[in-house]
Design a protein around this ligand. Structure first.
Ligand SMILES: [Zn+2]
Ligand SMILES: [Zn+2]
Length: 259
């Protein structure tokens, strides 16, 4: 069995003490490839995932400015992003989007920085990884107006209606630990109706650990639990979900390149 964790923050300080052991446990659990998200603590950290990808053949990278950090972006951020995009292990632009829950950056700045990065992703010819929280309608309208490529709705926690809207826009739905939470029936319903070729799984570690690790630090090895729950919901085996989500990841992110 081979699994891909499509969204990790292994640069987080919560892994400083045992990062190598965490990576070893992931490999032992069959989770070989991981996509490291390059948002770090803001635009100054734009290369955080690239540096990790440089150290490990099985780790890939994204580059992007998180909506939380939108107000810290400067023209120099986009210059650096253009340079980093040349690295062959950079697979996508993300995580980008809107977060109206925390509002760490003013909403108009979030929207502007989101649109700016959509145009960069189009320039690079790369898919995007979307973070959206309490901002669904604005996220969709910006995507409809400014984006025609593919991408990932990361840590998808919407319902069936929202799933259909994202799918209609050509997006993949990446399910995380929330899928395993007892109250997440509407998320499981979304996972049930999604076409097989649009499914992905992720941990978003160190956040949102799946049951039975809920409340603890999350790590890539735990993506197996989310995969198991997704398999149950769809009435297939864990091995089948592992293969499906791996093939989907390769089709979307590698798009004909060497893996
Ligand atoms: Zn996120
Ligand atoms: Zn994330």
């Amino acid at each position: 069995m081979r699994l891909v964790d499509s969204h990790v923050h292994l640069d987080d300080e919560k892994f400083d003490a045992d990062r190598d052991a965490v990576i070893e446990r992931a490999l032992a659990a069959g989770v070989d490839r991981k996509m490291a998200i390059g948002t770090g603590n803001g635009p100054a950290d734009l290369d955080v995932a690239v540096r990790m990808a440089d150290r490990h053949t099985f780790i890939y990278a994204t580059i992007g400015v998180h909506p939380h950090d939108a107000s810290k972006a400067t023209p120099e951020t986009w210059t650096r992003m253009r340079a980093l995009a040349q690295n062959p292990k950079v697979l996508a632009v993300g995580e980008i989007g809107l977060d109206y829950h925390y509002d760490f950056s003013p909403r108009d700045v979030q929207r502007e920085v989101f649109e700016q990065q959509l145009s960069l992703a189009a320039e690079f010819g790369k898919p995007i990884v979307i973070h959206t929280r309490e901002a669904w309608d604005d996220t969709l309208s910006i995507l409809r107006a400014h984006w025609s490529g593919g991408g990932i709705m990361h840590c998808f926690t919407g319902d069936e209606t929202q799933a259909r809207q994202a799918l209609d826009l050509g997006f993949h739905l990446s399910f995380g630990g929330v899928l395993t939470f007892p109250k997440a029936d509407s998320v499981r319903q979304a996972a049930r109706i999604a076409p097989e070729d649009r499914l992905l799984i992720e941990t978003d570690c160190p956040y949102l650990a799946p049951v039975p690790h809920r409340g603890k630090r999350n790590e890539p090895a735990f993506v197996v639990e989310t995969g198991r729950r997704l398999a149950e919901v769809r009435g297939v085996s864990l091995e089948a979900i592992a293969e499906t989500t791996t093939v989907n990841f390769e089709r979307l992110l590698f798009a004909g390149r060497d893996r």
